[in-house]
Design a protein around this ligand. Structure first.
Ligand SMILES: [Zn+2]
Length: 452
């Protein structure tokens, strides 16, 4: 990756510096600003985003040239109602059409991931967006302090699939900043280890904070509850990527006394929202990401009404997304939160929740682990796992060239056979005929036929 700054970025180094260094009493950080001040900042960034996108991003530029889009129409976030929406298929079919001509793919951090339907999508992050992460950290500091009793010196343990985007991002930021690897890297639990081994690790490390992917972490603590075993209790679970399965959060918090705090993030917009000390909805990072709720015809819905989540990223100047269908459903409220933050809150009614794959030998596999060996292949379109019964899994793959893709079969099944110790019969099929989830009616990357 070459080092280069965006020719023009409104990301606001000065503002970030202010937010990172503000110590003067009476000077508020952005989430506590007045409504007017937040709206002013968001509007300024939105107008600039639209202007940049129309000049430099092919998808927007072509429509502007054809007279279909008028950047001058957007003078405030409310005007986004008149702007077209973009869906996941655009990032799958033509990811370069959403990339600014001011950035080359090899200058960016490339994020490959699967959408809620299991489709592959590509997002390019401008390296400058790593600064946003520093700001997110400062925003989480008072919340972690309130819930865990301290911020510094917390012992953290990670529970996540092997190659999560978050881990890749951390490595890439490190390279970009030419940082030396940490002397004491954060310990990580081997996702494929049997439950007893994970339990022994947790009891040995005694973490204050367990950080990771919701499904992986919650399934471990649910197993602790179900088996009634003695397990070290961390002060806090710091989770993101997907929602909790119904009832899991309540049981872990009540019966084990471990609070969880969630982040709302996506590969398209990195961080979108965060839970505060109240843990009642996600405050939207409104200075980085605008969030609207629309109906199925992409018409804006009023506060409190449930609809589809559409986001506009105000930070990333590489892949630029204005009115992007995030794939979640929820509603927004501007009602004041007892924490005092002014940022509006979004409540998700349906978030991407990928069921874990549990083999009869007790090993647990996350969908992302199956995806990892093939997601970067150019012919790959999407993948779905259908668990017909605990010991029979069908792996459906859509590929643009099934003949070439036959070679993928063993790269997926060989490690799976090892993890599941032959307790699962595997069938790999190349098809375009994917199944809908009987629960959500949407295409889900994992479908579990039998309750396990
Ligand atoms: Zn709050």
């Amino acid at each position: 990756m070459r080092h280069r700054r965006a020719p023009r970025t409104l990301f606001g180094r000065a503002l970030i510096r202010a937010e990172l260094t503000v110590k003067t009493p009476g000077i508020q950080r952005v989430p506590f600003w007045s409504r007017e001040a937040i709206d002013r900042l968001a509007t300024k960034r939105l107008v600039d985003t639209v202007d940049m996108a129309c000049r430099h991003v092919p998808w927007y530029h072509e429509r502007m040239e054809a007279g279909e889009l008028h950047p001058e129409d957007i003078r405030s976030p409310a005007d986004l109602e008149r702007w077209p929406t973009v869906g996941l298929h655009q990032l799958h079919d033509e990811p370069l059409s959403m990339l600014s001509d001011q950035w080359k793919p090899d200058e960016c951090i490339e994020i490959l991931s699967s959408g809620s339907s299991g489709h592959r999508k590509t997002v390019y992050l401008e390296p400058n967006t790593f600064l946003a992460n520093a700001v997110y950290q400062t925003r989480s500091r008072p919340i972690i302090t309130a819930l865990a009793g301290q911020f510094r010196g917390l012992r953290t343990l990670i529970m996540a699939p092997l190659a999560s985007n978050e881990q890749r991002l951390r490595v890439m930021y490190g390279e970009w900043l030419a940082m030396r690897p940490a002397r004491h890297p954060i310990p990580r639990i081997n996702n494929f280890a049997p439950f007893e081994e994970k339990l022994a690790e947790v009891n040995r490390i005694k973490p204050d904070v367990v950080s990771g992917v919701t499904g992986v972490v919650s399934s471990f603590f649910m197993e602790v509850l179900d088996r009634g075993v003695d397990c070290h209790r961390p002060k806090l679970l710091k989770l993101s990527v997907e929602g909790f399965a119904r009832g899991h959060r309540e049981r872990i918090e009540k019966e084990l006394g471990i609070p969880a705090v969630m982040g709302y993030a996506s590969s398209e917009s990195t961080k979108i929202g965060f839970e505060c000390e109240e843990r009642n909805g996600y405050h939207i990072h409104e200075d980085f990401c605008l969030l609207r709720i629309v109906d199925d015809d992409s018409r804006g819905l009023p506060e409190g009404e449930v609809g589809r989540v559409v986001i506009t990223n105000l930070v990333n100047r590489a892949t630029m997304l204005i009115n992007y269908h995030q794939g979640d459903r929820g509603y927004v409220t501007g009602e004041p939160c007892p924490c005092g933050r002014t940022f509006s809150r979004v409540f998700l009614t349906q978030s991407k929740e990928t069921p874990l794959l549990k083999a009869p030998n007790g090993r647990i596999v996350h969908y992302a682990d199956l995806l990892r060996p093939i997601v970067t292949k150019p012919e790959f379109v999407r993948l779905q796992v259908v668990v017909e019964s605990p010991d029979f899994w069908r792996i459906l793959i859509e590929s643009e060239d099934p003949d070439v893709s036959k070679a993928w079969v063993s790269t997926i099944t060989d490690p799976l056979k090892e993890w599941t110790e032959g307790t699962v019969r595997l069938a790999v099929e190349f098809t375009r005929d994917f199944e809908m989830s009987p629960i959500s009616g949407k295409q889900s990357p994992v479908i579990i036929r039998d309750a396990q």
